[in-house]
Design a protein around this ligand. Structure first.
Ligand code: URA
Length: 232
């Protein structure tokens, strides 16, 4: 494992900040100064400013995000974050983002490689959203959403669309552009009133109370790894 990844897993700092610590000569590996390209193995001794550090166990947490918290590790405005909700744990960060007012399934992990792949568009991880919208979208509108909508940052990929009620639609997409679902509905004249993520990579948080979280089972974590083993 690269030294910066080791330090991130140990909860010392983000990878970028870890690189700064390494460059500043504050990190030693088996007594010798660490380099940016130093490869670290389990038996190696890593010290930061003379204190020994060790990587944490990999953790995968599924949160039912409530509608009044932000999806960042720290908020400059002091608002409550998803990381506060799960009880701050070293190196555990959200995978991707939900808007502050969006509820539903959010995964948090300290497994940097898995997080990177899950969030990368080439792995096409499915996310299902239930949107309550203004007005009553007709069949033609739902078809347009399914076929792809021209947005200012390009056309959206084909989506799966299911009507759940006169003003309630389930939309399954694999992209993760900023405010994507809200922008798609806005573009067809039905602004979103409420947005809930019902599934993330096959995981639902709907059996948890809003604000509650749980660890993934080994099978669930393995299934995520299998899902992103190869790009689609
Ligand atoms: N699309 C949005 O518009 N908002 C979210 O939070 C997630 C997807």
């Amino acid at each position: 494992m690269r030294l910066n990844a080791y330090l991130a897993r140990a909860g010392v700092a983000s990878r970028r900040r870890a690189d700064e610590l390494i460059k500043a000569g504050r990190v030693r590996v088996n007594g010798a100064p660490g380099e940016l390209n130093t490869d670290v193995r389990a038996r190696d001794m890593v010290e930061v400013d003379g204190d020994r550090v060790r990587p944490q166990k990999l953790a995968y947490v599924l949160l039912h995000k409530p509608g009044d918290v932000v999806t960042t590790a720290r908020d400059p405005h002091g608002r409550r974050t998803v990381v506060d909700l799960i009880g701050r744990r070293p190196g555990i960060v959200p995978v991707g983002r939900l808007d502050a007012d969006t509820t539903g399934a959010l995964l948090l992990t300290n497994d940097g490689q898995l997080a990177h792949r899950l969030a990368h568009p080439r792995y096409e991880v499915d996310k299902a959203y239930v949107a309550d919208v203004e007005g009553r979208p007709d069949a033609g509108t739902l078809r347009r959403l399914a076929e792809g909508i021209e947005l200012e940052d390009g056309r959206t990929s084909p989506a799966r669309v299911r009507r759940l009620g006169p003003s309630r639609v389930e939309l399954t997409i694999h992209e993760g552009r900023k405010h994507q679902v809200k922008r798609m509905f806005e573009a067809v004249g039905h602004p979103v009133v409420r947005l809930h993520r019902s599934l993330y990579a096959g995981l639902s948080a709907d059996d948890l109370k809003p604000g509650a979280s749980r660890e993934l089972t080994t099978e669930e974590a393995n299934a995520l790894r299998t899902l992103v083993r190869r790009p689609r």
